[in-house]
Design a protein around this ligand. Sequence first.
Ligand code: RM4
Ligand code: MN
Ligand code: MN
Length: 426
Amino acid sequence: MNIQKEQVLESNKKSLKSHEEHYDFLADKLAKDGHDVSGIVSKLAEFQVAIPSWALGAGGTRFGRFSFYGEPSSLEQKIEDIGVLHSLTQTAGAVSLHIPWDIPSDYNAIKEKADALGIKFDAVNSNTFQDQKDASESYKYGSLSNTSQAVREQAIQHNLDVIKIGDKLGSKALTVWLADGSCFPGQNNFQTAFQNTQNSLIDIYKGLPEDWKMLVEYKPYEPNFYSTVIQDWGASLMLANGCGDKAYTLVDLGHHLPNSNIEQIVSILQLKGKLGGFHFNDSKYGDDDLTVGSIKPYALFLIFNELVYGMENNPQNPDLAWMIDASHNVKDPLEDLIQSLEAIQEAYAKALLIDQKALKAAQLDNDVVKCQEILQGAYRTDVRPLLEKARLSTGGALSPINAYRALDVRNSLITERGKNTVATGL
Ligand code: RM4
Ligand code: MN
Ligand code: MN
């Protein structure tokens, strides 16, 4: 299903006037406070987040999976779904492929389709956390860290294959997330597992094209419940440094123990020029993969404050690969992604409203109250008219969710694809 520009424009008509009133009121206030409003709106319009190819079906848990019907059953259809998201939000201009779930059968056709919809190929993700059909070796006891050289070699080769696939599509980064670890004390030798992982990553790194990055993701637990080989940013950074300049740490919001200070982690990684990628989601307990901003929006804002600071002050850190890494059972996946995109833009807009100069001055004065007032003043601003303006300026919908529902997208997809399709992914 393709959404036409005219359909989006039509859906905007009803609320255009009220948008203009809200926008004018807010823009006027912000301008009086010294903000460059049109600069903020352009930054919002430029910000693009990759959609992972696995998030377009109904996510499952290990207890079950409930379809939302009309799921995409091929990569072409997944790209079409991202096209729907992008035409409504104008912020989903990229896809992050998971291999082998989404190996293109016809590279040119996929590239053309993505191109026509304004979608780029962002980081490609390898998968050595599941056994593949016909594979000779099993990842049951780990992949890049495995004690068996044959298993490690198979996992290394898979990553090299993923790079080749991504290269044909124009991707510039490989994301490595490992499930490797142990479930019981004594099961693994920590040092051997770490060293094997380092050596395997170095072998993959050697196969990286000159203009590529390798992004090393960490996670404290799950699916292993006693130890994970790359359990935190420190382990990831050590491994990245052990590979070379093109290897970076990737932060996934859901991959921390409760109450970790994630904003401090991203801040220091940027200072060191080593933050390469970022996965958005939200969580109450663990890697819950809930809709971005649905549980801890203030934490997201504080993280964005550091990301914005880094983008403005740390030229030593490269542009980040942004990806939504969320999916679950109870929402229409496209509606869920629309909500996530909106939450990301909202946190970004609020962070852009922080008066960095005033904050620095208050910090120098040790005026703790003022520091908090500055942060919370930005956080409490209703920035939604800015988001609307950014979308309007790029041909998106004033309210992507309302437009999605008014256009009855899910029912059209069900009519087109039927009720029994199942998307590849978790
Ligand atoms: C992992 C991790 C990876 C994601 C997989 C599906 O927990 O977040 O980034 O690709 O899940
Ligand atoms: Mn992730
Ligand atoms: Mn995860």
